[in-house]
Design a protein around this ligand. Structure first.
Ligand code: HEM
Length: 491
């Protein structure tokens, strides 16, 4: 009798599980576009699946000697599978089914039930326990993965950054209206102390990133950048160099992400230092993946490789005429960074990201590609004063003083049709991109050269972008959770 009651309790629990899965599936339906609730529910479901594994294990533990009712729970995974499949195939979108984890979960549960039944016959309790442990681990993995994804996109990042804002005593505003965003970017050069300061700057270290630093450090770096820029060869040479490098590539080799990175670096090194690519320098390309790993919050970069790359650049500078600009000081981060970040590391990172988008959307122009699949997912600014606009003689406050503004370029890209007047690809205001004149011709040459070439596979060997070009492994998920946890605790 007690066992019978327990069995019904278990069945009720199973029902609540698939009913909530059904609810989740309904809300997740891309047709309804309720993405935020979708993510929250996914976490809920993941937690519930873990709980479910535990409950079923207890159930099997106690009911090994029960009658035929024992076979009933095998129906449950079938319910989960078909209901979710039905919902999504209706819209011809199978990927959300995978996202929901319904299919892997289905096979996991099915396997679990089958093995448990077999083991029940043979009384192999330890193997049974081991198998359930595997299911728990899978549930835990799934749970971590979903939390990680949630933090990176939509509500998760909103929640984390709002919490940070609340801790540091300033207001937080997410602006997706391009006109208001433009006013903010024109009015402020202060990045505040959120993503750039807490994540990007430590990840770039020991290099100082002109895109990330703030205040006096930014003013000093920018003035050195502008001085150095005057000594650069004319930009037309850059176009000749890339054409020459592209035409001298072996037509039979695959152009994967590593090759895109190497070609990009070879162009800048030839243009800036007039040095041909030397295969001894391949470690610099490797180092770019290390840097981007840390910038994209997917793991700690190799500090030895970072230092080796910095030494390599200082060596190149010392052997060139640029040495006379800052002399001995070139070996300090305040000087070598004006070349290292904008001309060496960032192009390797951004160009290979854009190459991935271009191979997926060969019909889009460079500006369109950047706008729709931006390598900078979020721009940020801190507003010290109210940002006011005058509408028909009436002053209107767009953004209040003491507000940290986040401009999600990825969301804007999804919402806003591109037109050539838009500022989104290279920013606007005092901190707009200083390298548009180099990026556009280089990327245009690169993409037009490889367009429609079956050997152009930039997504191959592509790792660690800040966007969704690549997947998040369990190790990366854990690293990301630790970083966000630390930031939240330390503020
Ligand atoms: C496709 C490639 C590139 C894209 C999409 C891009 C985009 C951007 C964007 C959107 C910003 C503004 C960041 C903000 O407002 O917070 C920026 C800043 C910057 N970019 Fe680029 N950029 C690219 C390539 C380059 C290159 C090749 C250089 C080389 C000089 C460069 C140098 C800079 C610098 C120095 C800044 C910081 C300006 C400052 O804060 O004062 N960029 N870039």
């Amino acid at each position: 009798m007690t066992n019978q009651a327990k069995f019904y309790a278990h069945t009720c629990y199973s029902n609540s599980n698939w009913i909530s899965l059904l609810l989740n599936a309904l809300l997740a339906c891309p047709y309804l576009k309720i993405k935020s609730i979708y993510y929250i529910l996914q976490d809920f479901i993941s937690a519930q699946h873990m709980l479910y594994s535990i409950v079923t294990t207890i159930y099997f533990w106690n009911f090994r000697n029960e009658g035929t009712l024992f076979y009933l729970p095998i129906l449950l995974p079938w319910f989960q599978f078909f209901i979710t499949l039905l919902l999504f195939t209706k819209n011809h979108k199978l990927s959300p089914v995978f996202q929901l984890g319904a299919i892997p979960l289905f096979f996991c549960y099915l396997g679990m039930y089958l093995v448990c039944i077999l083991l029940w016959w043979r009384q192999f309790m330890f193997v049974e326990f081991g198998f359930n442990l595997l299911i728990w681990c899978y549930g835990f993995y799934y749970f971590l993965h979903m939390i990680s994804l949630t933090i990176r996109f939509t509500d998760g990042r909103f929640l984390i950054l709002s919490l940070l804002g609340w801790k540091s005593g300033c207001k937080v505003a997410w602006i997706t209206d391009i006109h208001i965003a433009k006013e903010v970017l024109l009015a402020s050069s202060n990045k505040g102390s959120f993503i750039e300061e807490k994540i990007a700057c430590p990840a770039w270290s020991p290099v100082l990133s002109l895109e990330s630093v703030n205040g006096d450090s930014w003013r000093d770096l920018k003035s050195k950048f502008l001085i150095f820029q005057k000594y650069l060869p004319p930009v037309e040479q850059l176009t000749h160099i890339i054409r020459h490098i592209l035409s001298s590539q072996d037509a039979n080799i695959e152009i994967d992400a590593k090759k895109v990175v190497q070609v990009t670096l070879a162009c800048f090194v030839k243009w800036i230092f007039n040095r041909d690519w030397d295969s001894k320098w391949d470690f610099v390309c490797e180092a770019s993946w290390e840097w981007r790993k840390e910038i994209a919050i997917k793991g700690k970069a190799d500090p030895v490789l970072k230092c080796k790359t910095i030494d390599w650049l200082i060596d190149l500078i010392n052997q060139s005429d640029y040495y006379q600009i800052f002399g001995e000081q070139w070996s300090t981060p305040e000087c070598y960074s004006v070349i290292m970040q904008p001309f060496i590391l960032s192009p390797m990172i951004n160009f290979s990201d854009i190459a991935v988008s271009s191979s997926r959307h060969p019909d889009l122009s460079i500006q369109e590609l950047i706008h729709y699949y931006h390598p900078f997912p979020i721009l940020e600014r801190y507003t010290e004063k109210d940002i006011v606009v005058c509408n028909d003689g009436v002053n209107c406050v767009l953004v209040n003083a003491n507000t940290q503004v986040f401009i999600p370029l990825d969301t804007i890209g999804q919402q806003q049709q591109y037109n050539h007047k838009l500022w989104t690809p290279f920013g606007i205001g005092p901190r707009k991109c200083q390298g548009t004149q180099y990026a556009i011709p280089l990327l245009t040459e690169l993409i037009t050269h490889y367009k429609n070439n079956p050997r152009f596979v930039p997504e191959k060997n592509h790792k660690y972008s800040g966007r969704n070009n690549d997947h998040l492994s369990i190790r990366e998920s854990i690293y990301q959770l630790i970083i966000f946890g630390k930031i939240l605790i330390r503020g």
